[in-house]
Design a protein around this ligand. Sequence first.
Ligand SMILES: C[S@@+](CC[C@H](N)C(=O)[O-])C[C@H]1O[C@@H](n2cnc3c(N)ncnc32)[C@H](O)[C@@H]1O
Length: 249
Amino acid sequence: MKPAYTYLAQFYDQLMDQDYEQWCAYLIALWEKHGLNPRTILELGCGTGSLTIPLGLQGYSVTGVDISAEMVEIAIDKARGLGSNISFIIQDMQCLDLGGQTFDAAVSTCDAVNYLTDFPTLIRTFEAVYRHLTPGGLFLFDLNSEFKLRKIYGDRSFAEYMDDFAYFWDNTYDAAEDVCQMELVFFIPIGDGLYRKVTEKHQQKLWRSPQIMEIAEQTGFDVLGCYDFMTDQELSSHSERWQFVLKRL
Ligand SMILES: C[S@@+](CC[C@H](N)C(=O)[O-])C[C@H]1O[C@@H](n2cnc3c(N)ncnc32)[C@H](O)[C@@H]1O
């Protein structure tokens, strides 16, 4: 079984039902709310660059980092010709090393942080973000919530037949570890009415707010906010996405 995004990368943009312009505006509003006017942005788990690009088009200097070469290849293609203020790097965020470069703000969107599935990995990532932020810089990231991972994804299966491919998505929720194991099977056309069956595995960890608070404090961040996504309101039991705002001390 292949790692996450080996095959999904080529279908990701087609399957995503997100308004990234609105997402970009939300992050800018959070910076404003918390008194930051950044010029340089580090984006962790940037995927196909769907947020990196609108941020770059707003004039920010953005560096997108992702572990998946397949995702970054698409991001580079999408950003070609849009400006030298948008760049991409393939790296694992937990051992991020940009040679001493620092940024005014760091962001990570669409549950990229849920892919960090144990404490040492999350701690190493926060430490890496700390090293790459200027003092006072903000780290904005979101997480799939408990409601989303346990009740919506949980032990459920999904399938979709698209015009040119099909996929099956089977989830198993490991309650002992609080990890949702996801197996994605794609049927990709290879001509003459034939399809190739390929499989990849994803894992998303349910991180709870007290755990994030503890790790944030331990790694030199203040937690300025934890909001119901797309708002600056408190979380509810039915929030699907939690938005965190951390400040590097
Ligand atoms: C759901 S996608 C989100 C992509 C993008 N942020 C968006 O909003 O469309 C999660 C991304 O996180 C990346 N990712 C997961 N673990 C990572 C790691 N350890 N380091 C860097 N990127 C990682 C994946 O490769 C994938 O592109």
